[in-house]
Design a binder for this molecule. Structure first.
Ligand code: AMP
Length: 528
């Protein structure tokens, strides 16, 4: 018994407690829908606790990685893995074998849970590793092995003694060639999840469609947020507009999140209604990449309520949001879209974001002076796993440097304008130009290379490579593309390869901004 009177008012915060509560309060209500299977909150909790019981002896406190699309297994892992006392490592299913091996080795994962859809990738990975993790096949087509594992396990759940203990490690392509492991803790995920519930209006009547991959920032903390609200999770293993619209109708979906590419796909699908006619408004939380005002207007006309959010893996996803003033709804469409295109203000659990100029001073709130966005608050990462130098560099004075550039409007709402970091964002996926450059430079015919983001109607941006070949060496565009494809995920492969001289400064440094400006000016000409 704890006789310290202060213990009365202190319990370590953990998002796992939401599932205990949901099972107690909403036990007989539907928690998870995946294809034609559905489970109540009581069943969902039991399955997660059994998964914990099965994994604990295999992991012995070391991380458990998972490679799976948005199935019920992902939701169970978000609770079951930490309940086993092991940090969760979700891996982007689009990565190449080499990239997956790097993450498994760097995180020192003891177990890899994987969907049978990814058997081929996992076999290649395991064959190439000296000490591969223990494999657990889980998901449709596993021949019942996952269900047997759960049936035979003894339910358990370890609550963290320290709320700042490691909950998960999320690998992100930052500004260097290799991905960095962003460490989340229980307290941060708990607070961020509650902020998501409140800001997006999730209740026990809500149904959440899983369009954001749970391998990105733990699905922006929605595995825990939706559970906290006692709302219904509707799984969507593959983002397909026809299936999404069918589920929106059949399961009365009220909420979904995603990058602009996902909203664009939904709005432009032949199955899209002229106007959404469900009983409730659909709320789409958009973020991860810049959204065009025309897309926001098209969604608005369809009766979809769009909320823009902004954040990074380092901030558990949405750190800021365009907090909507009800009065703005009465404005003409054009004004509404202009306001909606702003990334807004910090959420409940972050501190007011700062915009700082190159002189280190906060910029005036004039809607014109640009600066870098600095973030701090209860939804910032613990740091990068096994990389103290990068952690210090990211927040040298206690304020996290986002690498995003923006302006502050007179009403305190922030708007992104550019990025200072060398990152290309394609369909919401981050690509570090350096990693693509390194892959191209490893081709024997290549002397020099620069990779920049070029505009693309579907993906927002796509990588384009500018290559100088060695004297007398030969390589075609296809040779370079094939070379990169064998090393990196497909979405990182350049869409074009341009051969020729590179623009340089007087000291010989490649001027990537000149290449970038050329690509974007070409677009301006096409639009005009
Ligand atoms: P990630 O760490 O993969 O989640 O990527 C974070 C980056 O995505 C940010 O640093 C931004 O450059 C970009 N990003 C996120 N949200 C938005 C948004 N609403 N508008 C424009 N860019 C965004």
């Amino acid at each position: 018994m704890n006789s310290d009177p202060r213990s009365l008012s202190f319990e370590p915060l953990s998002p796992l407690s939401f599932l205990d509560r949901a099972a107690a309060v909403h036990g007989s209500r539907i928690a998870v829908v995946d294809g034609d299977r559905r489970w109540t909150y009581a069943e969902f909790r039991d399955r997660c606790r059994r998964l914990a019981g099965a994994l604990a002896p295999l992991a012995e406190g070391r991380p458990v990685a998972i490679l799976a699309p948005n199935t019920h297994v992902m939701l169970e892992a978000a609770h079951g893995v930490p309940w086993a006392g092991a940090p969760l490592v979700t891996i982007n299913t689009r990565l190449s074998a080499d990239e997956v091996i790097y993450i498994l080795e760097h995180s020192e994962s003891a177990v890899l849970l994987h969907d049978p859809q990814l058997d081929e990738l996992v076999t290649t990975v395991v064959d190439r590793m000296a000490q591969p993790p223990r494999l657990v096949r889980a998901g449709p087509g596993d021949g019942g092995s996952y269900e047997n594992l759960l049936a035979e396990a003894t339910p358990m759940g370890i609550a963290p003694a320290d709320e700042r203990s490691l909950l998960s490690i999320n690998y992100t392509s930052g500004t260097t060639g290799r991905p960095k492991g962003v460490m989340y803790h229980h307290r941060g995920a708990y607070l961020q999840a509650l902020a998501m519930v409140a800001h997006t209006g999730l209740t026990a009547s809500s149904a959440y469609l899983w369009t954001v991959p749970m391998f990105h920032c733990n699905g922006w903390t929605f595995p825990w947020a939706v559970t906290a609200a006692g709302a219904k999770h509707v799984c969507l293993p593959k983002v397909d507009a026809a299936v999404a619209w069918r589920l929106i109708r059949e399961d009365a979906v009220t909420h979904l999140c995603g990058a602009p590419a996902v909203l664009s796909m939904l709005v432009n699908a032949p199955e899209a209604p002229d106007r959404h006619a469900g009983s409730d408004v659909i709320r789409f939380v958009i973020g991860g990449a810049p959204a065009s005002p025309s897309l926001l207007a098209a969604a608005d006309n369809m009766g979809i309520d769009v909320t823009q959010v902004y954040g990074l893996t380092e901030t558990y996803g949405p750190a800021m949001l365009c907090d909507w003033h009800p009065e703005w709804s009465k404005l003409p469409t054009e004004d509404r879209s202009r306001l909606r295109a702003r990334q807004g203000v910090a959420n409940f659990v972050g501190l007011t974001a700062r915009v700082v100029g190159t002189d280190g001073r906060d910029v005036p709130a004039d809607g014109a002076t640009m600066g870098e966005i600095l973030l701090r608050g209860n939804n910032l990462m613990l740091g990068y796993f096994k990389d103290e130098a990068a952690t210090i560099a990211a927040a040298p004075d206690g304020w996290f440097r986002s690498g995003d550039l923006g302006v502050l409007h007179p009403d305190g709402y922030l708007e992104l304008r550019d990025r200072s970091k060398d990152v290309i964002i394609s369909g919401g996926e981050n690509i570090t130009s350096i990693e693509v450059e390194q892959a191209i430079a490893s081709h024997p015919a290549v002397l020099e290379v620069a990779v920049v983001g070029a505009p693309d109607d579907r993906w927002g941006e796509v990588p384009v490579a500018f290559v100088v070949l060695r004297p007398a060496a030969k390589a075609s565009e296809q040779d370079i593309v094939d070379h990169v494809r064998s090393r990196l995920a497909r979405f990182k492969v350049p869409k074009r390869v341009v051969f020729g001289e590179l623009p340089r400064t007087s000291t010989g440094k490649i001027q990537k901004h000149v290449l970038r400006e050329r690509e974007w000016a070409g677009r301006a000409r096409r639009i005009a």
